[in-house]
Design a protein around this ligand. Structure first.
Ligand code: RB5
Length: 148
């Protein structure tokens, strides 16, 4: 599986830690974020990753800013992106199963390196359940996007 990762200036260390963790597990990881602690706006970091997911350059994405909130809002502005901001692994698993989320977001000021690894492991190893009720709700989300 090919995974994209992106981050703003507040999440360089956590991005590098997650990236190393995933490469050790055998994932191919593409780094779309900044490697500098100079100010780098989270809407740009999120949008770059969202476009890569939509263009199928990568299968799934990981987006990290200070809280995970700003970057998730930016990702979710892209039609077809379902980005989940969370701080624990259960939500990361369920957002794949129920929402077919294609980007997971969290905050470098919120989660530890260990928790970040648990979150990405849960997210990347869980398939969409493909249940009819979940497919119906995702179709409703697409409908909302079409109405904009
Ligand atoms: C940047 O200082 C900070 O605002 C950003 O990383 C994020 O937390 C926004 O939601």
């Amino acid at each position: 599986m090919k995974v994209g990762i992106s981050n703003d200036h507040s999440a360089v260390d956590l991005k590098n830690s997650v990236l190393k963790h995933l490469e050790e597990k055998g994932y191919e990881v593409v780094n779309y974020g900044t490697d500098s602690t100079e100010s780098y706006d989270y809407p740009i970091a999120g949008s770059t990753l969202a476009k890569a997911v939509l263009n199928k350059e990568v299968d799934l994405g990981i987006a990290i800013c200070g809280t995970g909130v700003g970057i998730s809002i930016a990702c979710n502005k892209h039609k077809g992106i379902r980005a989940c901001c969370c701080s624990e692994a259960t939500s990361a698993r369920l957002t794949r199963e129920h929402n077919d989320a294609n980007i997971i977001c969290f905050g470098a000021r919120v989660v530890s390196t260990e928790l970040a690894n648990d979150i990405v492991d849960a997210f990347l190893t869980t398939p969409f359940s493909n249940g009819e009720r979940h497919k119906k709700r995702i179709a409703q989300i697409h409908q909302i996007e079409e109405e904009q």
